[in-house]
Design a protein around this ligand. Sequence first.
Ligand code: AMP
Length: 395
Amino acid sequence: MKNTIRDFDFKDKTALVRVDFNVPIKDGKVTGDDRIIKAADTINFLVDAGAKVVLISHLGRPKGEYKEELSLAPVAKRASEILNKDVKFIASKEVVDDKVVEEVKNLKSGEIALLENLRFVKGEEANDKDFSKRLASLGDIFVNDAFGTAHRAHASNVGVAELLPSCVGFLVEKEVKYFDEALKNPERPFVAILGGAKVSDKIGVIEELLKKVDSLVIVGAMANTFLKSKGLEVGKSLVEDDKLDLAREIMAKAIENHVNLILPQDVIVAPELSEDSKGELKEVEDVDLEDMILDIGKESLEDIKNELESAKTVILNGPCGVFEIEEFSHGTIELAKILANIDATVIVGGGDSVAAVEKAGVEDKLTHISTGGGASLKMLEGKTLPGIEAVSDKE
Ligand code: AMP
C-alpha cells in the first residue's frame, strides 16, 4: 500500500505536487479544463491542511526547449478560477532557478503556486538526477497526483519520489483502486471490451485479460485482424496481416480459458475513409474486396448488449469504429449509452474511449473514467507503474 495524502501532516510544510495539467490550449486560453477540475480535491485538501502548495506539470511535447505556446501561464489563470483562489505562476524557462527557489520560500501556508512546463528542461523526461534534486529542493513532501504520466519514469515523479517523503494524491489513489479492484477481485460476470486501431498495441492487455474476464469483446479495426484470421474477406479495411496467427492463438486461448470471445457479426462499410463517405450495413460474411470496415452494426451491438445485461464489472478501452467521423460513430456512441444503463462497475480507459463517452454525454453515469490512456493500458496489462512504484509504502 502506498502512502496517501491522509498519511502526512502538511501544516506549514511545502507540498510539491505533480499534477497532470496537460490540457488543450487555443489562442492562449484553456479549452478543456477537465484535468484541472479533477486535481482540485487534492489541492483543496492540501490548502485546508495548511500546506504551501507547489504544483508541477508538463504541457505538450516541447522536447527540452522553451516554447512560448506551451507555457503553463494560461493554466495558472484557469486553475485560479476553478479553485477560486489565486494560483501564483512562478515562471522560469529553467523551471527551477534561484529566483523560483526564493519565491517558493516566500509562499505562505495555504497559498498555491504553479511552476513552468517541466518539459522545457531536458532533464525531466531523462529522469536526470540534478533536475530531480532541484525539484525536490523546493518541497518537504512530494505528492504524485498525475496518473496520466505514471507509466513513465521522469524526474518529476520517479526522481523526486526517491528524494522526498512521498504519497499519492486522491486522483491517483482512485485510479489505482478502480483498476486494482477490477483486475484482482472483480464482481462477475466480468466483461472487457477492446477496440481501437491495432491488436499489436493491446496484445499485452488481451493476454492479461484472457486470464481474468468471462467475456472479451473485440471491436474496432482490431476486430478486422480476427475476422481475416477466420478466413473472412475484409477488403481494404485496416488490418495487421502479420498478426493473423496471433489472432488465431488468442481465439484458441479464449476457448482454453472458457472466455467467451465476441467479434462483430455485422459491420458498417464504405468504399473509403472520408468525411463524405456513406456507410452501408453488411454481414461480416458479405464484406467484399472494395469495402472498408469502419464501424460495427446493429446486430453486433445487440450481441454486446445481451452480454452486458448480466455483467457486474466492465472495462472499455478503444472505440468500435472511426468515431471521429459522424457517419461511423454510431457503434461507439450507442455502446457508451448501453454502458450508461447497466447495473455494473464500468471503467473506461484510453483517450479515445474517454472522448467517445463524453461525445455520448454519459460520462456521469459511468463508475470511473480514467485520466490516463497509456497508464491505464499498463494497469490492464497487470504491470506496475514506475511513477506509483516510486512513492513510499505505508509503514
Ligand atoms: P487506439 O488508439 O488503438 O485506441 O485506436 C483509436 C483509433 O482507432 C481511432 O482513431 C479510430 O478512428 C480508429 N479505428 C477504430 N476502428 C477503426 C476501423 N474500423 N478502421 C480504421 N480505424 C479505426
